[in-house]
Design a protein around this ligand. Structure first.
Ligand code: ZN
Ligand code: ZN
Length: 370
């Protein structure tokens, strides 16, 4: 049985427990996860004995190549995708249909209900997402590849940093290098924040120049064929203020503390609290303004969520970021982000960019330009 067929079987078991006799999967990443199809504008209708992809003629060949084992419904250009999906539901004789309420718009849900008078449509959330939290060996290998792409690109960009480069140019250089190494691109617009801009956790790279301050925070990731990575490092390009070194060491301690507690059975909230406890003990609790981490996979933000209010246990096969930070407005910020795999008896840090304070220093910045 293919890995996609195995995933569909697991989803069927979840459906059986909850009652619906089929699910209409409308989230593109979930469709990819369950079928191997990498196009868009296509839904999967999964019942206990059928798996039907509802798509259009642009994808006929791609569907035949990527998921030959599935039944295909190719709608005509004059039939909308909701109408085509509704027809498939009727012909599959479904009576209770689960829908992905976190993805389906209200308008589409109402359209579906009006087309399906005799079918009960049941809003569900997170069914496929819960399956996606646990990665199989091949998925972990693909995440490792995405990390390697990001790290190779970072090494090249770091080595070539020049004082006159703008934040945006550094972000563009990362994108370019990832593509040169064979990736599809960055997994999100990189955050490149020079000096006090590093205190903005979701800063958009702008026109500040690397030489405008003594340090820069870079948060970037790569997309391989499908799977992604997400890392953050700080680079010290000039004379570092003592305060930066101080908060760096607190964040590094928090990063290591969190990683040290990760193993199956530990509550996700406890991993967040482990890192937060270190930062609070040093008096910076209020300056760590986001949760500790998130899963990565087909998307750069997915479950598991390492947040203080998530009291679910970690399981082997989960991959999540660990990214504590301290942000001091007007001065600057530090975040150290690694990608971590939960193993059977602990965890493995998949990212390998060195993170000691001494590893952050660039001594020859601008040498190439002088
Ligand atoms: Zn990140
Ligand atoms: Zn992240």
């Amino acid at each position: 049985m293919s890995r996609h067929a195995q995933r569909r079987d697991k989803l069927r078991q979840l459906l059986k427990k909850r009652g619906p006799d089929a699910i209409l999967v409308t989230d593109e990443c979930n469709v990819t996860y369950l079928t191997g199809f990498t196009g868009d504008s296509s839904y999967l209708l999964l019942s206990h004995n059928e798996a039907i992809v509802v798509s259009d003629a642009r994808y006929t060949t791609q569907l035949e190549e990527e998921c030959p084992d599935l039944t295909r419904v190719i709608r005509s250009p004059s039939t909308g995708i909701m109408a085509a999906a509704a027809e498939a539901v009727i012909s599959a004789r479904v009576s209770h249909l689960a829908v992905e309420s976190h993805h389906l718009s209200v308008a589409n849900f109402q359209m579906l209900e009006s087309e399906l008078e005799r079918v009960e449509c049941l809003p569900t959330t997170g069914l496929v997402e819960t399956l996606r939290e646990i990665k199989d060996k091949q998925e972990v290998a693909e995440i490792r590849d995405a990390i390697a792409l990001a790290e190779r690109a970072f090494a090249v960009v770091r080595a070539g940093l020049r004082p006159e480069q703008t934040e945006k140019e550094v972000a563009d250089a990362l994108e370019y290098q990832i593509r040169l190494f064979g990736g599809r691109g960055t997994s999100f617009t990189p955050i490149v924040g020079v000096g006090d801009r590093s205190a903005l956790p979701h800063y958009r790279p702008g026109e500040l120049r690397v030489g405008d301050a003594g340090f820069v925070l870079i948060d970037w990731g790569a997309q391989g064929p499908l799977y992604v990575s997400d890392l953050t490092r700080v680079i010290v390009t000039g004379k570092a203020p003592a305060r930066l070194k101080k908060i760096y060491q607190v964040v590094l301690e928090a990063n290591r503390k969190a990683i040290s507690v990760i193993r199956p059975g530990v509550l996700m909230g406890d991993v967040d609290r482990a890192a937060r406890g270190v930062i609070e003990a040093h008096g910076y609790g209020k300056k760590f303004s986001h949760s500790l981490g998130h899963g990565i996979g087909l998307q750069v933000h997915e479950g598991p969520w390492l947040r203080s209010n998530v009291e679910r246990p970690l399981k082997a096969g989960m991959v999540a970021t660990v990214e504590p930070g301290i942000y001091l407005p007007g001065f600057g910020g530090v975040r150290i982000e690694d990608d971590v795999l939960v193993t059977r008896d602990g965890c493995q840090v998949l990212s390998t960019v060195p993170k000691e304070w001494s590893d952050c220093q660039i001594h020859a910045l601008g040498a190439a330009a002088s």
